[in-house]
Ligand binder design. Structure first.
Ligand SMILES: [Zn+2]
Length: 121
C-alpha cells in the first residue's frame, strides 16, 4: 500500500513513538486511547496549576482571585541560616495557555507579608 493520501498527518510535536503506537491501534483501541488521554489531561490540569512548590518552600496560604491566584509562602534554606525562614512572601500566580495547548505559570513577586495578619486589602 503506497497510497498515503488517506493517512492523516500527525500533529507537530507528537513523538514518532507515540505516532507509531497510535497508527498500530484498532478503531476500538483508538477510542479507548482518546478517553484515557482525556482523563490524563484532566488530572494534569488539576495537579499542575497553580502550586508547584520548590524544595524548602512552605506554602502558607492559597487564595483564588479573578484572573490570578494569591500564594503566600516562606522559604527555608536547605542548610538553614540565621535569617530562616525567609518571608513569608506574597506572589500572584497566573496561568497562560500556550498555542501548543500546554500551560505556563507565572509567579509575580508582590512583597513580604505578615504571616499572622489576615489582611483583606
Ligand atoms: Zn535561610
Amino acid at each position: 500500500m503506497t497510497d498515503s493520501s488517506r493517512t492523516p498527518e500527525p500533529p507537530e510535536g507528537l513523538s514518532d513513538r507515540v505516532v507509531a503506537d497510535l497508527e498500530g491501534l484498532s478503531p476500538k483501541e483508538l477510542r479507548k486511547s482518546i478517553v484515557f488521554a482525556r482523563e490524563l489531561l484532566h488530572s494534569h490540569e488539576a495537579t499542575e496549576f497553580p502550586i508547584d512548590p520548590e524544595p524548602g518552600d512552605d506554602i502558607l496560604r492559597v487564595t483564588e482571585h479573578e484572573g490570578y491566584t494569591a500564594v503566600v509562602k516562606q522559604h527555608v534554606c536547605e542548610e538553614g541560616c540565621d535569617d530562616c525562614p525567609h518571608g513569608p512572601y506574597l506572589y500572584h500566580v497566573t496561568e497562560e495557555t500556550l498555542p501548543d495547548g500546554t500551560h505556563e505559570t507565572h509567579w509575580s513577586f508582590i512583597g513580604r507579608v505578615n504571616a499572622d495578619a489576615e489582611s483583606d486589602d
